[in-house]
Design a protein around this ligand. Sequence first.
Ligand code: B1M
Length: 240
Amino acid sequence: MADDTSLTEDQIDLAALNDDDLVAQMHDDIYDGLADEISEGVRILLDRGWEAQKVLNTALVEGMRIVGVDFRDGILFVPEVLMSANAMKAGMAVLQPLLSASNAPRIGKIVIGTVKGDIHDIGKNLVAMMMEGAGFEVVDLGINQSVDDYLAALEEHKPDILGMSALLTTTMPYMKAVIDALTEKGLRSDYIVLVGGAPVNQEFADAIGADGYGRDAATAVEIALEQMSHRQGSIIAADV
Ligand code: B1M
């Protein structure tokens, strides 16, 4: 009798699923924190000709959105959501070379980090990858960055853009503390300040004096490019 010994009874053959069922299964696998299955699902979709961006948004980001709803409603707890985050990161690792690959000439440099008190880094990592893909040199400071950390990094790396991410309503005001510190030191106009994260919006960005707000990673790149062209335009104008 022919028998497929490569799969145990409760394992699903992801490659045998059609696109819609595979994406639905990947949402479940993110929910259940199954990193290996997510890496495999991402590879299958790419092999089927899906664009990296479509895999990211349809399979991964949407899966995480569902996790967020049950986290909010007290159905999922921190340890489970951490596993979901690991699964999401496993999928992002497969996509990373595609999202950050760039033939574009180096456009500028961005220093990016998640603000103090906040350890969420998935969205910030995505922004960093896509900035690289657009031709930016990216210095990723990681999470939980204090005013002093940002100032030291700006001094060391001399970027064009400072990017800050915050995922908590309690940490987003910290972005203003960083901008205020730049202003106090007379450094504010040296950098384009770009902010983002789930609770942040344009109104908040305007209120704290940021130069730009990115709703998502793709928009963040658009805004960064737009701001860079203004900046380069003004540098050229000042030179003549
Ligand atoms: Co947290 N968490 N979490 N969490 N967590 C949220 C943010 C929350 C909305 C969940 C909920 O209640 N529905 C809620 C915040 C509520 C609020 O403040 N209003 C919340 C909470 C409460 C908490 C804790 C306080 C829970 C607790 O301990 N009781 C705790 C806080 C820890 C801390 O930071 N001090 C906590 C912990 C965690 C985990 C560690 C378990 C884990 C993080 C793991 C990690 O990041 N390595 C986690 C996760 C995973 C989430 C959710 C479920 C998913 C976040 C995510 O990765 N989304 C989240 C629910 C949600 O957001 N719906 C939630 C996917 C990602 C691609 O999207 O990060 O929004 P996002 O990034 C997007 C855009 O926002 C934008 O582009 C990205 C890509 O498109 N963007 C930028 C982001 N940064 C940008 C910067 C830019 C421009 C655009 O320019 C520089």
